[in-house]
Write a protein that binds this ligand. Structure first.
Ligand SMILES: *Cc1c(COP(=O)(O)O)cnc(C)c1O
Length: 357
């Protein structure tokens, strides 16, 4: 069986050796030594001034919306994972969908301004597949209209843009360390901001609002990463370089063997250093996609329709058509991509696809 992704599991002894430190300390959560160490290592690895590790990649989005005190409408992309939209709704705001860019599949920055109303408070955009949004244009628009910017950078571990970590862009950036993501802690995630005051707020929000044991800075929730999660991160991190290299190889096998005369690829934005997190291909029609998908499944190969359906079709929202996102979402398929996928498998997958389009 070839799944769309396979979680990288470090050697169990290495995970256990790290866990042992938690046992010795008798301390398994509440920001123990392992979470603190993981945060230090990630700051260094990602070259960011600060980070707050969290228990998943969804609460950071909700905490960011709360900390920025967003109200009313938030401009967002319909082409992302459900958490991007659900967080907006969960925090009592209204998502306003803007169509995506045909080449990059991130929010179309040229269509943002026409969606701004007097109720708009922010832009929440996803660097989809680790491909950066047009952060400069979004920044310009946000400043002009007094809006906040949050980036759902769940796919972006290791991505750089113009020499800086992509997590440094926007008022707040978030990441996911879920088991299906390129760097993981089983379940986990992180918050990033460069603003010290905002950092303080995000920090206390993620820990019940605590100011010491008996006092509170303000409202909070519990989004702390546990020592058990941090131990997984510390065990995975030394392998990250290698995982990325292996994924890069798989991508070059697909690039060599797929016939792109009838398929489209997503363009990675210029000036970005990408992290090889997904391999999406776009078919000419949904019919073609379905045909290829069933043929692959007959061969025990399980690609995934990331992201389908689009988020403007969620049953708790008023239905609205977003033409390009709707169209691409019906035609895009993510191929299996993980550290241990062999060239032979990539060739088989490519040949099946080539024979059906
Ligand atoms: C995975 C993902 C999330 C949510 O992360 P979790 O860690 O699973 O909570 C949010 N946004 C996007 C775009 C994702 O892919």
């Amino acid at each position: 069986m070839t799944p769309v992704t396979k979680t990288f599991l470090p050697p169990q002894e290495e995970y256990q050796a790290i866990l042992k430190r938690a046992w010795q300390a008798g301390w398994i959560t509440n920001r123990g030594q392992l979470v603190l160490e993981l945060e230090e290592k990630l700051k260094e690895r990602l070259q960011v001034p600060n980070i707050i590790c969290t228990t998943n990649g969804t609460l950071p989005l909700q905490i960011a919306i709360k900390a920025l005190q967003l109200k009313g409408e938030i401009i967002t992309t319909p082409f992302s994972y459900v958490a991007t939209t659900s967080s907006i709704v969960w925090e009592g705001c209204t998502p306003v969908f803007v169509d995506i860019h045909p080449k990059y599949l991130t929010i179309d920055e040229t269509k943002i301004e026409e969606a701004i109303t007097e109720r708009t408070s922010a832009i929440l955009a996803t660097h989809v597949y680790g491909n950066p949004c047009d952060v400069e244009s979004i920044d310009r628009i946000a400043k002009k209209h007094g809006l906040k910017v949050i980036y759902d950078a769940a796919h972006c571990f290791g991505v750089k843009y113009k020499g800086r970590s992509i997590f440094e862009y926007g008022d707040v950036s978030t990441c996911s360390f879920h088991a299906t993501k390129i760097f993981h802690t089983g379940e986990g995630g992180a918050l990033f901001t460069k603003d010290p005051e905002l950092y303080h707020k995000l920090f206390y929000h993620h820990n019940f609002g605590h100011k010491g044991k008996e006092d509170f800075y303000g409202l909070g929730i519990n989004s702390k990463m546990s020592e058990l999660q941090a131990a997984m991160g510390l065990a995975v991190l030394p392998y990250f370089e290698n995982i990325q290299k292996q994924r890069r190889d798989v991508i070059s096998f697909y690039d060599q063997h797929l016939d792109f005369s009838r398929l489209l690829k997503v363009t990675i934005r210029e000036s970005a250093i990408w992290n090889y997190s997904y391999y999406p291909i776009i078919f000419r029609t949904e019919k073609e996609l379905k045909k290829v998908k069933s043929r692959l499944e007959e061969n025990n190969i399980f690609p995934r329709r990331y992201f389908f359906p689009t988020l403007n079709k969620l049953n708790y929202l008023r239905k609205k058509n977003i033409p390009l996102a709707d169209s691409i979402s019906k035609r895009v398929l993510c191929l299996p991509l993980f550290y241990s996928l062999r060239e032979k498998e990539a060739i088989t997958i490519s040949e099946i696809i080539n024979s059906e389009v």
